[in-house]
Design a protein around this ligand. Sequence first.
Ligand code: C2E
Ligand code: CA
Ligand code: CA
Length: 705
Amino acid sequence: MVRHRPSAAGRPFRLVPYFFILSLLLMGSATALMAGYLRHYSAEQLLKLEKSRAASLAQIFENSLWPGFRPLIPLAGQPDRLRQVARQAELRDAVVRLMRGTDAIKLKVYALNGLTLFSTDTRQIGEDESDNPGFRSAASNSPASELAHSHSIDAFEHTLTERDIISTYVPVHGPDGKVEGVLEIYLDATPFIVATAHQLMWLTLAICALMGVLFVAQMLVVRHAGRVIARQARALADANRDLDHRVAERTSELEDANRRLEDEIAERRRAEETLDRLAHHDPLTGLPNRLLFQQRLHRLLERSALGEHDLALLYVDLDRFKDVNDTLGHYIGDQLLIAVAARLAGHIRSGDLLARLGGDEFVCILAQPGDRAAAGDMAHTLLSLFDRPFAVNGNDIYLSASIGISFALSDGADVDTLVRNADLAMYQAKAAGRNRSQHYTPQLSAAAAERVAIERHLRQAIEGGEIDVHFQPKVDSVSGALVGAEALARWTSEALGVVGPARFIPIAEDSGQIVALGGLVLEKTCHQLARWRDDGIALLPVSVNLSVRQLELEGFAGRVRAVLDRYSLSPALLELEITESVIMAADDALAALEALRALGVRLSIDDFGTGYSSLAYLRQLPVQALKIDRTFILGIGAGGGEAIIRSIVSLAASLGLETVAEGVEDASQVDFLGSAGCTVIQGFYYGRPTAADEFAARWLATAQP
Ligand code: C2E
Ligand code: CA
Ligand code: CA
């Protein structure tokens, strides 16, 4: 807000009235002073003049009359005699004669003791005037005059009234020059004073007139000046008002602009924050995303004093998450990811960072793990979070995770290397059976290199005949008799040596070579069956594992039929094992399975219990057997495993399906499975997968009648 300055024109200086009063006062005073002074001066001059006139008159009296008065001096002590002296009348006549034609209207003569020797007013003869100051001054030889206005006086012949009279005391000297007496001469100054007063009046009038003209002239000038000043003050006030107005206008404009700018800035900041958040966070879980993770890790790695074991990466990957997504749908998958993220985030220390890199991959930066063991403990803590199921949309979902750990700076000094090595370690944890953590070791890099090598050599292996098929027996749980076998791929590579299926099957799946490989295994299995048949050996069903890629092949059932036909084999001799997750993942799995079933081949669900198939869906599938996953068999005797197996067996029974337990390694497992009603057993307890000849020798010979 603009505060208005007090306007200069608000209280204009009232020049004219002030000047009027002041100059009136000054001029009045000046005039009065001047008039007073003139008056005083003229009175002075008058007295001086009269005094000198009186002195010259006195001189005349002294010369002509004093000798007549001198004889009276001795009578000065006797007033009555004085008055009666006969000479008085004589003297009076002489005085009157002398005074005629002068201004003198009265004369008195004093002895030195103050007694009046003579007066034209005879009544005054003999009076004592010794106290009179004028007399005393003259007695000491100094003439004195005094003026009396409007005086009545008894002159020689008559009484005069309303006169201005000057009386002058003049000393009279004897022949020795000593003062012998005093004369008092009264002069009538009236005409003179009247004339002077007249002159004074005119002079005063002239001064007044002059002052008046001066005053008026001044007033005119001042009034004009006042008008000019007032006009300028008004103009100034207008200008000020205008300026104030413009300042106020401009200020409010600026304030508006400022407010708008502030709003804009705030909005932009909000937008930037939102953008920043979007750019650096995963929209699904709200966790930091790959970008933010990389930035943070980069900054931490740049820290100058980063020591060994000061920073660890935990690369967390959910096990079989794809199955959840495929079986329960993406919505549940997303909800599960949110739940997992929340549970993990709840156990991240402040200063550490949990990010989602995408899919089911999370990464955790441990800022100060301390040592390798501490990072391992943290990984263990995170893994234990998966012990409890995740409740998502009414489902209790069991899940596990695999964690790879890498350390700065021993396992990498830059973001890419550290992440790649943690990823490798995670991959290794998965390969080692999942639900575990694995520290990175340089050997893991070797594993990664090996993976590349496997992929490169696999094609050549498939085409060049390095792939062989081994057979593992399936045995009746009660009688112990052989009921069938599972065909498993074996690869002895010229370059790499023996490579287990657990290593090359996933790579074949990833690279798409599984189709060729699976076709080869089917071909070789059928070929082997035909050979045994041709050797006169009684045949039992052999199962072959099927990949999702094969199941999805156009006309896959026709290809199977072609192979069977080529070797003139009954479809009943072939069983196809399809993992639960494969069935859930395949497009239109039901139609494909029905086509296969229509051929007359047996179908079984492999690794049952690890997927998430619903009972309703299972019921629709044209399968004949469930293979209980090895992890449940491992749970036998460890608590909980038995109950699950029992429920799977009863479920299978209710659907009219055979149950096969795989990975059975000891007698107690066999005992339990038998008692639980599981019909078929497969595992090292009865026999490892072996080459065809060995298998035939060990199993098929005894099967012959
Ligand atoms: P799978 O289908 O579950 O096969 C059973 C696996 O368990 C075999 O491993 C077998 O050797 C192993 N096994 C059997 N009994 C026991 C036991 O008592 N204890 C233990 N520890 N293991 C036992 P293998 O041969 O290494 O095969 C691994 C996986 O590779 C198979 O698991 C299967 O999923 C896949 N696979 C093997 N051959 C083929 C194939 O020709 N085609 C496809 N698509 N997959 C194949
Ligand atoms: Ca199998
Ligand atoms: Ca299996």
